[in-house]
Design a protein around this ligand. Structure first.
Ligand SMILES: Nc1nc2c(ncn2[C@@H]2O[C@H](COP(=O)(O)OP(=O)(O)O)[C@@H](O)[C@H]2O)c(=O)[nH]1
Ligand SMILES: [Mg+2]
Length: 342
């Protein structure tokens, strides 16, 4: 009862615009406290209005600087903005992270902006879940735009950003002889490609490499954004294959100098154009379905894992593995037996 009351009080304070309540709610979600699910359930109906922008790319490409500049542009345009920065796990970026906090602080003092760093405790799967949940809370709190910065280095990291409505993939010249995103396979999730650090040498080469990639990719079907197994949401192929060119989205390469603010307003306008296109084309509904399916599947998997772990006696699985290795049983029969016992 005490739980229910405090959840209700926290939820209504958050909805009333209380930033301290929002910060507390975010901590509960991040720490996965017992009442986190009740809190999220109470606030979910109020979510669904924000436009969620994912910003991903290799470390050092200037994502945090770009997010800061973009947030300032949105404020100037009269929109409220929340920023979620997912801390990279790599210890080598510790210094840059400190820099993030300092830069982000230049946004402080304005109630129309809210910045939250997510810690990297636990597995990346858990991080992906709590990031999505943080977005739900910020959405319910009424922010018009939510910018989610993630490091795009692997599929799981990319997945966090791909749950956004609009995904920006950030590149920078001179990080290596290859375009980073091509290597990491994250180009396919981009709605907008950004070559930041356009003040650096080699920018033309990077832009050309990306444009060549887009030419090769052409009008092929968009990358599947939901990789789940339990739920299948089919993305109707109407968008890029639409005969009417007005109904097709063109992935463009934009150049920015985030540290000087150059090109950032053009980027903001492109994001807004994409937002309008999503609604006009019907793609918005599809992406919302994918987001909902992703959330549901994540919860189901987490709970199933928890139940399996709770019902297996300690050491039992190791014993079964041993039996499999000694060919006393096989993985298929063992799995069936274990599941039947649940
Ligand atoms: N020359 C130049 N440096 C930039 C630009 N944008 C960011 N930087 C610098 O690049 C470094 C990494 O930026 P950061 O935003 O932390 O990159 P992140 O790791 O992708 O978030 C910092 O020292 C920034 O000041 C830019 O457009 N031009
Ligand atoms: Mg950063």
């Amino acid at each position: 009862m005490a739980y229910a009351q405090s959840v209700a009080a926290l939820a209504s304070a958050l909805l009333a615009g209380d930033r301290l309540a929002l910060a507390r709610a975010l901590s509960r979600v991040e720490n996965q406290t017992e009442d986190a699910a009740a809190l999220l359930a109470a606030l979910y109906p109020a979510s669904g209005r924000a436009h969620i922008v994912g910003i991903t790319g290799a470390p050092g490409t200037g994502k945090s600087t770009l997010v800061t500049a973009l947030a300032q542009r949105y404020r100037q345009a009269g929109q409220t903005v929340a920023v979620v920065a997912v801390d990279p796990t790599s210890p080598f970026t510790g210094g840059a992270l400190l820099g993030d906090r300092v830069r982000m602080r230049s946004l402080a003092g304005d109630p129309g902006i809210f910045v939250r760093s997510m810690a990297t405790r636990g597995s990346l799967g858990g991080l992906s879940q709590s990031t999505g949940e943080a977005v739900t809370l910020l959405d319910a709190a009424g922010f018009d735009r939510i910018l989610v910065e993630t490091v795009g280095v692997g599929q799981a990291e990319v997945e966090i950003a791909s749950t956004a409505h609009t995904t920006l993939v950030v590149e920078a010249p001179g990080l290596g002889d290859e375009v980073q995103a091509i290597k990491a396979g994250i180009l396919e999730i981009a709605d907008i490609l950004v070559v930041n650090k356009a003040d650096r040498p080699g920018v033309d080469r990077t832009v050309r490499a990306l444009e060549m990639m887009l030419d090769i990719e052409g009008d092929g079907p968009r990358a599947v954004r939901h990789h789940g197994q339990l739920l299948r949401v089919e993305s109707p192929p109407r968008t890029r294959e639409a005969k009417d060119p007005a109904l097709r989205w063109q992935v463009r390469v934009l150049q920015t100098v985030a540290s000087a603010g150059t090109g950032v307003e053009e980027l903001r306008e492109r994001v807004e154009l994409h937002r309008r296109w999503l609604h006009a084309s019907g793609e918005f509904t599809t992406r919302e379905q994918l987001r909902a399916a992703h959330t549901l599947e994540t919860l189901l998997r987490a709970e199933l894992n928890r139940r399996i772990a709770a019902q297996m006696p300690a050491g039992h699985l190791a014993e079964v593995v041993d039996q499999i290795c000694r060919r006393q049983t096989d993985p298929y029969s063992a799995a069936a037996t274990l599941l039947a016992a649940l």
